[in-house]
Design a protein around this ligand. Structure first.
Ligand SMILES: *Cc1c(COP(=O)(O)O)cnc(C)c1O
Length: 411
């Protein structure tokens, strides 16, 4: 990047970063310049001479050779995400076929091998916890869980267990706790432990964990980064020494992102600032209104006075995020039935898992994201049967509010 580029702001990078422009290819009809990076649907790439191919394959020269290693459309998307997550520094982004493939590569790059211990947030995304316990566990890695929102406790566990990696999420699901990445990084840096942060719920719009001292950032780009609910993708962003390990793991395990999905994800990413600004504003408005509603007993959103991490959120996030969760005011025995009735009464909001899309999504965490947990563990994590989670979209806030109100009226 030139010096003019470095002075540009996040919103500008989101629109322009990564695009491969100015490559003339007139094919005999005069030069022209595509303004959007083409979809390079090509398995392999040829060079003017075989010596160049030799140097590219040997890593002596930058270039494209084989699509499992690198693809220009995928690289365009990676450069864009890399410039948003690490506006400063030398981190590089690597795209994967899903958030889970990216998470696997990040954990493996942190050298979680036989005999090592991982310390993970107990609020972690269910599949990430299962990946650690089942896949890494089968290879001799022991995973211990900790309340990642209690820094004193994390510090104690790091000193006691000497973990090779600590894995947390910027914002937790579904209670939307906000991690103190700066505080966590102070602890892991002092202990020589890698800090891996899943920034799916945060996005670089709200927070850039690498700037706060994290070592590796992972994303399910299926969610806010692409933003339109039309693809599956993942990204790892890391600087030395982890970047080389991530690249090597991706080459060997092969969980690459295809050029079509990369192109769609890159197109979605351009509007991240506009989407997030609107989603955060809508979520604040919805959280405030639900807090006043007589049929709701509790609302979780970092903008609310009673949120346990309001102070951390104010310091660490540029806004309070697009997710809101709330409990229906019903007899605890009737929690699931009431939640199902409420969800079935929704008309505009889409009843489906996932999050970060342009449309508002509503789910019942106890039977979706936290389905695999025992009832007692759900209880301990505060995932009650009467809890609903909303991923607030970019619709007009009055229309979202009206749909929620009519469903609350009817459930
Ligand atoms: C969805 C999600 C994942 C997994 O991503 P996929 O793209 O579904 O593989 C990981 N972490 C978090 C926080 C998620 O929300």
């Amino acid at each position: 990047m030139g010096s003019a580029d470095e002075n540009r702001r996040f919103d500008t990078h989101a629109v322009h970063a990564g695009e491969r422009r100015g490559r003339p290819d007139g094919n005999g009809r005069g030069d022209f310049y595509p303004v959007s990076t083409p979809i390079y649907a090509s398995t392999t790439f040829s060079h003017p001479d075989i010596q160049t191919t030799d140097r590219v394959l040997g890593g002596e020269e930058e270039g494209y050779s084989y699509a499992r290693y690198d693809n220009p459309t995928v690289r365009a998307f990676e450069d864009a995400v890399g410039s948003l997550e690490g506006l400063r520094g030398e981190a590089r982004a690597f795209a994967f076929g899903s958030g889970m493939a990216a998470t696997h590569a990040a954990l493996a790059a942190a050298e979680l091998t036989g005999g090592a211990t991982a310390l993970a947030a107990e609020q972690l995304y269910g599949s990430t916890a299962t990946l650690l316990v089942q896949v890494f566990g089968a290879n001799g890695v022991e995973t211990r869980f900790v309340d990642a929102y209690d820094l004193g406790l994390v510090e104690k566990k790091v000193a006691e267990l000497r973990p090779r990696a600590v894995m947390v999420e910027t914002i937790s699901n579904p209670l939307l706790r906000v991690a103190d990445i700066e505080g966590l990084a102070r602890i892991t840096r002092a202990a020589g432990t890698a800090l891996i942060v899943d920034n799916t719920f945060g996005t670089p719009y709200l927070q850039r964990p690498l700037d706060l001292g994290a070592d590796i950032v992972v994303h399910s780009a299926t969610k806010y980064l692409s933003g339109h609910g039309d693809l599956t993708a993942g990204v790892v962003v890391a600087g030395p020494p982890f970047d080389a390990a991530v690249e090597s793991i991706r080459k060997l395990v092969g969980g690459v992102l295809g050029p079509f999905e990369a192109w769609l994800a890159h197109r979605g990413l351009k509007t991240i600032s506009l989407r997030m600004e609107r989603q955060c504003a809508n979520a604040r408005e919805i959280a405030a209104r639900l807090s006043e509603h007589p049929k709701i007993s509790k609302v979780n959103h970092p903008s609310l006075e009673d949120h346990p991490d309001r102070e951390t959120a104010g310091r660490a996030l540029s806004d309070t995020g697009g997710l809101v969760s709330f409990e229906l005011a019903v007899d605890p025995e009737m929690g699931r039935e009431a939640a199902f009735r409420f969800l079935n009464a929704l008309d505009l909001c889409v009843k489906a898992p996932s999050l970060g899309d342009v449309y508002t999504l509503a789910i019942h965490p106890a039977t979706s994201s936290h389905r695999e947990l025992s009832p007692s563990r759900r209880e301990r994590l505060g995932v009650k049967e009467n809890l609903i989670r909303l991923s607030v979209g970019i619709e007009h806030p009055e229309d979202i509010a009206a749909d929620l109100e009519q469903a609350l009226e009817r459930f």
